[in-house]
Design a protein around this ligand. Sequence first.
Ligand code: NAG
Ligand code: NAG
Ligand code: NAG
Length: 272
Amino acid sequence: MVATIRLLIGLVGSLSLLYQASAEPLIQDQVRIMALGLLARPPLPKLNATNIDLPLPYSQIRFVGTQPEPPQLRPYCGYGAAYDWPHEGHGSYLATYIAQATVPIPDALPNTPLTQPLLQSWLRNPRVSRPDQPVDIILMHLGTNDIWQNRTKEDIVAAYSVLLNQMRAVNPRVRLLVAQILPMEPANCPGCAAKVQQLNQYISVWAQVVNSQVNPNVRPVRLVDQYTGSNATRYTTDGVHPNARGDEAIAQRWLGSVLEAVEAVVDERLLP
Ligand SMILES: *[C@@H]1O[C@H](CO)[C@@H](O)[C@H](O)[C@H]1NC(C)=O
Ligand SMILES: *[C@@H]1O[C@H](CO)[C@@H](O)[C@H](O)[C@H]1NC(C)=O
Ligand SMILES: *[C@@H]1O[C@H](CO)[C@@H](O)[C@H](O)[C@H]1NC(C)=O
């Protein structure tokens, strides 16, 4: 904990230097971060609460997503909110479902496609982005429901590949932070705990394979270990859904990689 806080203070320091170095606004547009997951657990709960010093210049980042739907929608997370939002958390969705789902394109022009992948409809939603201001960073925690419903690890990482291609088709420079998923021990699935471990190994190999495909136009996928140090007994309410302690642990594990990604986006924008 102390080490984390020190790390944060260090990062805040270096970011503030960067931000003091020239007149605001340093980057033209906010860095857009989408939390994509089935748990509807956007990943930085309590980022704005008193127990964590704000590590980011909040004016420069913006969480985006289509959830929750209006009229519940508020533009930013607020102090004491359960977690950052808006977001792209969809309870009970499977990665293998999202990868295959399509929806109609509103007002499609004649002789253009009538449908688009569901994920792209989220990424292109006017509440989420503009064509010239796409989503910069996506935090993805997906696969829990797939495991629960007996999808194979092979099918799940194949869905990840489809999803990554859909993301990059919208923004080639998008930075995907992919979670090795949380431990899961639901009462009705004795095999789930072991299957999650196998999936997480696959996710790690998947990220290496994806990143080994040299393409200067895209940004590497970053792996974020949400598994190690978590505990389905102590950090969930029912073996699956995180409790308050679980939420906080999730946030802490995302934080370093999110900061890195934000800095990378900012650096890229500052390039002449
Ligand atoms: C963070 O919390 C403070 C204090 O309540 C609030 O004024 C501010 O608007 C919040 N920031 C965001 C981005 O929600
Ligand atoms: C899960 O899938 C495996 C392999 O496809 C199969 O052998 C097994 O019977 C399935 N289990 C359940 C509970 O459906
Ligand atoms: C999780 O915590 C419980 C209760 O403290 C403990 O019995 C169990 O061994 C822990 N599980 C893991 C995987 O560490």
